[in-house]
Design a protein around this ligand. Structure first.
Ligand SMILES: [Zn+2]
Length: 135
């Protein structure tokens, strides 16, 4: 095995171990919002009043829809921030995992030539490749 390949395999193991150690994670972002309650007598009805808040929320997409969850306490905000930070870490590690695998695949030598690597064997392979692409 080429030396570079075994080094890449160790890198890949390290990435996988970091992935396995990730804590709870979820996609989304924590945002703050001010709102107007709608009572005409309230201070928030004034044009230059910022409104009530800030209220904190977690926003994320699921099935093409944007969902907003209210974060009612400081502890809830901190928990959500930890979870979305961990998700960014997950995304970063997955990209690294893909990249190191691509390098390994390029370097991995082809094993011994399989039996039947002739015109008929190539046709069979072509059919199975097309099938796996769903064509
Ligand atoms: Zn108000």
């Amino acid at each position: 095995m080429p030396e570079q390949l075994s080094a890449l395999e160790s890198d890949r193991d390290a990435v996988v171990q970091q992935l396995a150690r990730l804590g709870d994670f979820r996609p989304g972002s924590v945002t703050a919002a001010f709102r107007r309650c709608g009572k005409p007598s309230c201070h928030c009805a004034q044009a230059k009043d910022p409104g009530h808040g800030p209220g904190f929320q977690l926003t994320y997409k699921t099935g093409g829809k944007t969902v907003t969850e209210t974060l009612p306490s400081r502890a809830a905000v901190e928990k959500a921030e930890r979870e979305v930070t961990e998700f960014r870490r997950f995304e970063q590690l997955s990209r690294q995992w893909i990249q190191v695998n691509q390098k390994i695949c390029r370097l991995r030598p082809v094993q011994k030539e399989p039996e039947g690597w002739n015109a008929e064997g190539k046709k069979r392979l072509l059919r199975s490749i097309r099938k796996s692409r769903g064509k």
